[in-house]
Unconditional design. Structure first.
Lengths: 231, 234
């Protein structure tokens, strides 16, 4: 089901973070939200995920206004509980009502998918940054979400760990999960995105297929950003 | 010989001879203060966690009051509990005055605000770090608070030690509600106060040395446990 943002506005104090955003994010695609710092990318992602309530407007899931379960989010800095890697996945599963043998099966599968099965008993907070982010992806994977939101998941990772995260995102998408992701890494967007939403000062200046966006961006703001990257 | 070296000899002598009278006093001290810490933890930690994650009118005022109550004067707490438990008081029919239970109540009242205020701060800091992730996973604030109580267990362990330290070291409250009755409600601090007033300074200081040593041993044990658990469980 597509995610539809209808005339969404977000204000905090005097600052307007999002200015009437109308957006339809199609199901099963990999949609990337790009834009300079402070353009409202993270805010948009949180509103779509339901973490933040818009000041005005609404976010629809197909035709319904309710946020159903079946969504997961991976943050820039993964937050791990002080328990083992496997127990962190188990915690997420328990919150969505999956217990017992089915939970153990999913934990094993998810840790295997991200290549962390051998570290399942290790304290999650003792893992490296890249491993923690992969564990965060395993946690999301285990929930088998319809939509996975990722907020700059590779911003603080080295190139190898970044590649690993990108491969996992590809795998999760291949299983039929809709991907909505923000990044500052244009090369990464080029590698992974099906379509690009470009934000500038809280407005969507364009929403175009990725190949078209990188060949010939329509909005002047996006052109400026792409030119800056080429320098 | 100076009072200090003499008192050290007295302390060593007391320990070596394992005087049953002294052992009784030490055990009562530990029993009263450990029980008070346990009861205060059962009240204070959930209270601190709840205040940390919930939002309601008057919350800031409540936090200020709670923080201020960390400095409750033990004599005043003792006096209030005394009035409540005395025969003419509202709880006089319980017949608890001058019993170890009264001492547990007084120390619990004294340290519950400490445990609640410190755990609130620790859990509030953790909540600002975890909130988005836990909410995203579908945790309610109540469930999140329980998760954080467990996840901040090492810091909360230090909070418990602070509460216990305050309880076992205070004299003002237990001497009023306990009455310092030999063999019934006499604990280490009240014995020290008594021996000091009687002029037996070496004995008083010797007992003080044992009290400090006990507290040190308990904190060392807690530190070792914490290091081991941190290495094992992260």
């Amino acid at each position: 089901m597509p995610i539809v943002a209808r005339d969404v506005r977000v204000a905090r104090g005097d600052a307007t973070l999002l200015v009437h955003v109308d957006l339809t994010i199609p199901a099963d695609q990999r949609t990337f939200i790009l834009g300079p710092n402070g353009s409202g990318k993270s805010t948009l992602l949180r509103v779509l995920h339901g973490l933040q309530r818009p000041t005005a407007g609404e976010v629809l899931w197909g035709d319904t206004a309710m946020h159903p379960p079946g969504q997961a989010m991976v943050f820039q800095r993964p937050v791990m509980l002080r328990r083992s890697a496997a127990a962190n996945v188990r915690y997420a599963l328990a919150l969505s009502g999956v217990h017992g043998a089915e939970a153990e099966r999913r934990i094993d599968e998810a840790l295997g998918e991200v290549g962390l099965r051998h570290l399942r008993g290790r304290a999650a907070r003792a893992l490296s940054g890249g491993e923690q982010q992969r564990l965060a992806l395993a946690r999301a994977w285990s929930l088998a979400p319809e939509v996975l939101f990722l907020d700059e998941p590779t911003a603080s990772l080295d190139p190898t760990a970044t590649r690993a995260v990108e491969d996992i995102v590809r795998d999760i998408h291949a299983r039929g999960t809709t991907i909505v992701m923000t990044t500052h890494n244009l090369a990464q967007a080029k590698r992974l995105a099906d379509s690009i939403v470009f934000l500038h000062r809280g407005r969507v200046t364009e929403h175009t297929p990725a190949d078209e966006f990188f060949r010939a961006p329509r909005s002047p703001e996006a052109q400026t950003l792409l030119e800056g990257e080429r320098l | 010989m100076s009072t200090f070296s003499e008192s050290l000899l007295v302390a060593v002598g007391l320990i070596v001879h394992l005087d049953p009278h002294l052992v009784g006093i030490v055990l009562l001290s530990l029993r009263v203060s450990l029980t008070a810490t346990l009861v205060a933890a059962l009240i204070g930690l959930p209270l601190g966690a709840w205040i940390a994650v919930s939002r309601f009118p008057g919350r800031d005022a409540l936090i200020a009051v709670l923080n201020a109550m960390m400095g409750l004067p033990p004599v005043v707490v003792g006096l209030v509990i005394y009035l409540l438990l005395s025969r003419a008081g509202p709880l006089g029919s319980w017949g608890l005055l001058f019993t170890p239970t009264a001492m547990v109540i007084a120390q619990t009242v004294l340290i519950t605000p400490i445990l609640a205020a410190l755990s609130r701060q620790i859990i509030a800091d953790a909540w600002s770090e975890y909130r988005e992730q836990l909410t995203s996973l579908g945790a309610t604030p109540f469930g999140g608070a329980l998760t954080l109580l467990w996840d901040t267990r090492y810091s909360l362990g230090t909070v418990l030690l602070a509460g216990f330290g305050r309880a076992i070291a205070e004299v003002g409250a237990v001497i009023i509600v306990g009455g310092n009755i030999d063999g019934v409600t006499r604990v280490m601090t009240t014995t020290i106060a008594l021996e000091t007033s009687k002029g037996d300074l070496p004995l008083a200081l010797g007992l003080g040395t044992i009290l400090i040593a006990l507290t040190l041993i308990l904190n060392l044990a807690a530190q070792v446990t914490k290091s081991w658990a941190r290495a094992r469980f992260g």
